[in-house]
Design a binder for this molecule. Sequence first.
Ligand SMILES: Nc1ncnc2c1ncn2[C@@H]1O[C@H](COP(=O)(O)OP(=O)(O)O)[C@@H](O)[C@H]1O
Ligand SMILES: [Mg+2]
Length: 259
Amino acid sequence: MLTIVVSSLSGGQGKTTVSMLLGLLLSHRGHSTLLIDADPQHNLTDWLGLDLEQNSPTLLECIKSSVELEDCIYPLTMNENLFLIPSDDQLDNVQDYLANSGIGAMVLKRRLEPIAKTFEFCVIDAPPQRSQICMTVIGAGNVVVIPAEASVKGYGSLIRTIDLMSNLQGVGATQAQTIGIIPFRDRWIGANQSQESRSAIEGMKEEVGEELVLPSIRESERYKQAINQQKTLSALGYPDLEYPLEVLLEKIELIKQDK
Ligand SMILES: Nc1ncnc2c1ncn2[C@@H]1O[C@H](COP(=O)(O)OP(=O)(O)O)[C@@H](O)[C@H]1O
Ligand SMILES: [Mg+2]
């Protein structure tokens, strides 16, 4: 299993968008894929239409190991290859557990070991804060993808995420490498890119190096349509808009082959 963490230390950076659409694309390509919603705001769980009954096992129980791991994994109706470990409001209660464990960054990695051969890919939607959950998620990852809005706020989010990554790598709390930055909501008016988008993306390239910045996700209502209908952009008839996710997918498939 190759575990991809989608992380960016602010809200509204495209984490849940990228996680969901990447999960759909991977499963459409026939890869057995596990999505993990690691944000207590549980947007991914909601967007995927999973309506949990009270006391259903979620990522909280998975991390605490208080139920069988299999019971935290739910099949999704849109594709037989796609599964979800959901989150709910209670997930924040795991922060103390992780902090007290002394090895917070290693916990989720350990918990997922039994299913490492069951799934080809795992995509984790990380929380927006530099929290214990965020650290255990990055600790579980093989690779990290950072979406960042093509704006001043997005640039700041990228800087904080890179800083966290180098801290965690520096103390051996993760083996994960950052494989790509995806500028999100890149704004164009006709053939002209907005000044803010252009300078934010230029700043990102200067910060991390040009080769790490993937093609941007354009500002577009069609992405919201895809999310609402739980479909890929090409299934909706907009393959051009899917290009950045395809580039990411190819990169991920190559890394998986080499693993
Ligand atoms: N291409 C796009 N253009 C404009 N808005 C988008 C696009 N893709 C997604 N969105 C919307 O942007 C918002 C923020 O994205 P989201 O993935 O939720 O960010 P995060 O998970 O980092 O908080 C969501 O409400 C989503 O519907
Ligand atoms: Mg989100």
